[in-house]
Design a protein around this ligand. Structure first.
Ligand code: WTA
Length: 654
């Protein structure tokens, strides 16, 4: 990380005069006045913003707030797919490319073999066809449809088709295993699942349909499985349950009236990890999410009609929902979708894509940037990246060295970088620079977006002044905020609205600096962030103890140069089991099978006992110290049995 030590990092980077001159928001004074109004008069502010969207029936009231329940655009009727498609076509964008998709496969010259372009007209037609197919299968407004698909255009088409008929979708990341599918299906009580025969990842086929079959073997909930043919690998189709996508749309009309959804009708569920138990179904509704996704995308990425915008996230995460599909399409621009891995066939793939399509706005994660840094700056240096006007970062804190590398080697030293802080729960970006305005500081997500009343507080709710570290809270509702955890009102209140009274608690810590900038310091709960992916320690622990030889397990995160945080598991075995290298591998694999490869512990250590307090609580702080430094030096006065740590300190598992 040369740039941290050899080149002193200037404190701030101001946007170039050229960029500011053409930006939606041009000056600090403008930002400040707009932000002030958005906080003091949220109804006036958001009412005006929402007037740029299409409503079948206008709302009666912009906002209703009875903590913890927010309602936005109350009484309004709209449709998110209509706003993404029909409304864009009405505005003259019908022949403009909406989705430009590149598959992972390449020929022997390294050129992509699958490229598909969908204009807004094309996309509307395909969405309508699939919407009609869903209806034919009996899917009705309010029914939850599960989508477990590779990164193909049909995933976006299926989401929009669901939105069109008012059937909430629940997208499950294609890297999750059968057990993870079952948990989500059952929680959502979803009877229809859309999948593919397989998906390509690093040149290999991910057996999606097989995982669905395994999942269906564990629950009898699923009545219909729609299978999109992508890889042509051999699969079994079950009579009466499974239907090919191409057969399902056969004969379906290519128009389908958009459901007039209530502003607060459920738009989607997206499962994410919490600090306890199973993943929670974060519930988003229609109008507020729609307006917030559209407006944040427009302002944060400074979208303009000719942008070639590329967000490298997977649609299985919230970033893909808001900033591959719903945000960009509502701005009538071209959103690029890439199917595969950044290193297939080699580490130049992303730069080849940027050059090929003259990408103007590029949004990725710090973990990817660090992986590229490792490969050397020569790789991006071989390509013409001069089309890039703006860079974005999301998912975890970006370390200053990665920020500087991004700035120099991709941004040509001039493109603004927007480090965007947000969560599955927030629906869209809450803390971020505005690219034409904000002087950025490498490592800081900077300032709150419009309508966002962020503060750093103590546990008792005391608001802290500039120059303090504390817990990050949001004090007023914003249109894109979650409306609940599906089927679990108590958990919703407990997780977000009870630890700190009267505000939304993010679960993150932050520093609020002398200039009023926010620096996110990471989760303060038992949630890990591995490569920008959220994992609950409790989820991984319960996967481990589901193995017949494990008695007890505790999982902690430790710093990792590449993935930000890595997983370390401490495991005690049942009486007659012997610790061995073979068992270690087996247990790591077991977690991958139970949850997915992203949850596989990087490090796994056997121990005779876990360090606990007298009240029986596992002392994670000590385990974190062990995982990070190899030994515990901190305060152990509350430990029940001092010999456990003594034994762990002397035992070297590596
Ligand atoms: C972390 C992803 C620092 C944070 C959109 C948050 C970040 C969690 C940033 C949400 C950022 C996300 N800087 N940390 N720019 N963006 N995070 O739900 O800990 O997958 O609470 O949403 O990621 O992860 P989620």
């Amino acid at each position: 990380m040369a740039s941290d030590s050899s080149t002193p990092v200037p404190q701030k980077f101001a946007p170039s005069a050229d960029f500011s001159a053409q930006a939606h928001v041009k000056t600090v004074a403008e930002y400040e006045a707009m932000h002030k109004r958005s906080i003091e008069d949220p109804e006036g502010f958001w009412g005006e913003i929402a007037s740029d969207c299409h409503f079948f029936k206008k709302w009666d009231k912009v906002r209703e707030w009875n903590l913890p329940d927010a309602k936005w655009f109350v009484g309004g009727k709209t449709n998110v797919a209509y706003n993404c498609l029909d409304y864009q076509i009405e505005k003259g964008r019908g022949d403009h490319t909406a989705i430009l998709w590149e598959g992972e496969l390449v020929d022997d010259k390294g050129e992509p073999t699958d490229v598909r372009k969908f204009t807004y007209n094309d996309l509307l037609r395909d969405v309508c066809k699939f919407a009609n197919a869903l209806k034919k299968m009996g899917v009705k407004k309010g029914d939850r449809v599960t989508l477990y698909m590779p990164m193909v255009p049909e995933l976006a088409i299926a989401m929009l088709a669901c939105a069109r008929i008012g059937a909430p979708h629940s997208v499950i990341f294609g890297g999750f295993s059968a057990q993870a599918i079952v948990d989500r299906l059952e929680d959502a009580q979803s009877t229809v699942i859309v999948t593919a025969d397989g998906g390509y990842r690093r040149g290999k086929i991910v057996p999606l349909k097989k995982n669905v079959d395994d999942a269906c073997g564990m629950t009898d909930l699923v009545k219909t499985v729609v299978v999109y043919e992508r890889t042509g690998n051999e699969i079994t189709m079950k009579d009466g349950r499974d239907v090919w996508w191409h057969d399902a749309i056969e004969g379906c009309a290519d128009t389908c009236e958009a459901e007039h959804c209530d502003a607060e009708d459920m738009l989607f569920l997206l499962y994410t990890s919490g600090s306890t138990g199973k993943p929670k179904g974060i519930l988003h509704t229609t109008a507020g999410y729609m307006v917030f996704a559209a407006y944040t995308a427009k302002m944060v990425f400074d979208l303009k009609p000719d942008d070639m915008y590329w967000c490298t996230a997977d649609i299985g995460w919230v970033t893909g929902h808001s900033y591959i599909v719903y945000g960009p399409l509502q701005n009538g621009i071209t959103t690029i979708m890439y199917e595969g891995a950044p290193n297939h066939p080699d580490w130049e793939r992303f730069w080849a894509i940027v050059q090929r399509y003259k990408v103007t706005k590029f949004y990725t994660a710090p973990t990817a940037i660090r992986a590229f840094m490792k490969q050397g700056e020569e790789l991006p240096g071989k390509y013409d990246l001069s089309s890039i006007k703006l860079l974005g970062s999301v998912g975890e804190p970006i370390n200053p060295a990665a920020w500087m590398w991004y700035h120099e080697h991709l941004g040509g030293g001039t493109s603004p970088i927007v480090d965007t802080w947000w969560q599955t729960e927030t629906g869209g970006i809450l803390i971020t620079p505005l690219p034409g305005v904000t002087e950025t500081k490498p490592g800081s997500a900077t300032q709150p977006f419009f309508g966002v009343d962020a503060a750093v507080v103590e546990r008792d709710g005391t608001v802290l002044p500039r120059g303090s570290n504390g817990l990050l809270v949001i004090r007023q509702p914003w249109p894109g905020m979650l409306r609940g955890i599906y089927g679990d009102r108590d958990r919703f209140i407990k997780t977000y609205f009870s630890e700190i009274e009267g505000v939304y608690f993010t679960g993150d810590g932050a520093r609020f600096d002398e200039d009023g900038y926010f620096w996110i310091t990471g989760r303060v709960d038992d949630v890990l962030n591995v490569s920008g992916h959220r994992m609950g320690t409790a989820e991984i622990e319960s996967a481990l103890v589901s193995h017949p030889r494990v008695a007890e397990a505790a999982v902690v995160g430790f710093p990792d140069e590449l993935t930000g945080e890595a997983i370390c598991a401490f495991v005690t075995l049942k009486g007659d089991s012997e610790a061995s290298a073979g068992l270690k591998d087996e247990l790591r694999k077991h977690v991958a099978t139970q949850i997915g490869a992203i949850a596989r512990p990087k490090d796994l250590r056997f121990t005779d006992a876990l360090p606990k307090t007298r009240s029986g609580k596992i002392m994670r702080r000590l385990l974190r110290e062990l995982a990070t430094k190899g030994r515990v030096e901190g305060d152990i006065t509350t430990l029940e049995d001092l010999t456990t740590i003594a034994a762990m300190n002397t035992k070297d598992e590596e």
